[in-house]
Design a protein around this ligand. Structure first.
Ligand SMILES: [Zn+2]
Length: 327
């Protein structure tokens, strides 16, 4: 149910299951001190997540009246349960940038996103199906919650421990890591994951999210870190080596994208994704679940935006679809 992973400060990890999701679990971290507690990230707004969270909080005897929360980013597997566990007047820290996206998500975000994916090669039928099944849509928080917005280098205290917010845009436009400088502990959210690579996608109002992401990786490289606590799955590796691997992974993807464009000038993003090597657990691209295709195409779009800004790629809008070419 929970696992103690650090002494002074006392840090516990709650394993929140994410049923039927390739991410498998969310690591909710709880910092317990005599004065106050902190909860980092929550899980989807779904009964299985709420049950695991409630059991964990009870077992750890967490008094919600003496508990603040920090949300690393706006994705529903991190924000989903906020209204379910916190009170009206609880302090919930979140980046100002991602809070704006939470508001957008609960309003008009998806209809705009659907329109743009139609222009990248998805069919209306596929988009309609996704609308009702995409966990990013279905398991959102039940309502908007109030937050205390934080920016890069913002600090707050829990007991005698000082937490520093480190802005790391890329995975989402306002993603934040949380850093205990004295203890050299980094809560890396989805910025750095260890046995899967964080999804980097195109975002409205962001020009080049992959470039932002790579800059944010280099930013973390400069911190002194002994312990890295990711938001999903496990970490059994040195964070600096992992950063190098992630940078290498995206460089490979950029090369592969150019290769595909060279062989197939005028190809659309959906078909680029279909030509790319993915780990689809033995499935072919055609057989892959539509949700995975949606994430994969988003990933391709972020790489295309990066290459476009580098002037290595250009696109033409023809018959309602963007077609991509090597420059
Ligand atoms: Zn995420």
């Amino acid at each position: 149910m929970y696992q103690k992973i650090y002494n002074d400060p006392d840090i516990y990890r709650l394993d929140i299951p994410l049923p039927n999701n390739p991410l498998r679990n969310l690591n909710c971290y709880i910092i317990k001190t005599r004065e106050k507690n902190l909860i980092i990230d929550t899980g989807f707004n779904m009964p299985e997540c709420l049950e695991a969270m409630k059991q964990g909080l009870e077992a750890l005897e967490i008094d919600i009246d003496k508990t603040d929360m920090f949300i690393t980013h706006m994705h529903s597997d991190h924000t989903g349960l906020v209204p379910g566990i916190m009170k009206e007047d609880s302090i919930i820290y979140m980046s100002d940038v991602d809070y704006e996206y939470v508001k957008m998500i609960l309003e008009s975000f998806w209809s705009k996103s659907d329109e743009s994916y139609l222009k990248e090669g998805f069919t209306e039928e596929q988009i309609d199906y996704l609308k009702n099944t995409n966990p990013a849509i279905v398991y959102n928080p039940s309502k908007l919650f109030k937050v205390v917005t934080v920016g890069d280098q913002s600090k707050f205290r829990i007991g005698r421990y000082e937490f520093k917010c480190i802005s790391t845009p890329g995975h989402t436009p306002g993603h934040m890591c949380l850093y205990l400088e004295n203890e050299k502990i980094l809560f890396s959210g989805d910025h750095i994951l260890f046995d899967i690579s964080p999804n980097i996608t195109r975002w409205p109002n962001v020009k080049n999210s992959l470039s932002d992401y790579l800059k944010s990786l280099n930013k973390i490289k400069k911190l002194k870190i002994n312990t890295t606590l990711p938001a999903h799955r496990k970490n059994d590796m040195n964070v600096y080596d992992r950063i190098d691997q992630l940078i290498e992974h995206h460089n490979e993807r950029l090369k592969e994208t150019i290769d595909i464009l060279r062989k197939n000038p005028g190809i659309n993003a959906y078909d680029i994704a279909g030509n790319m090597k993915w780990s689809l657990k033995g499935k072919t691209w055609e057989d892959a679940p539509l949700q995975q295709k949606w994430f994969a195409v988003g990933e391709i779009l972020a790489h295309l935006d990066y290459l476009e800004e580098e002037k290595k790629v250009f696109k033409k809008y023809e018959e309602g679809i963007y077609k991509y070419y090597e420059n």
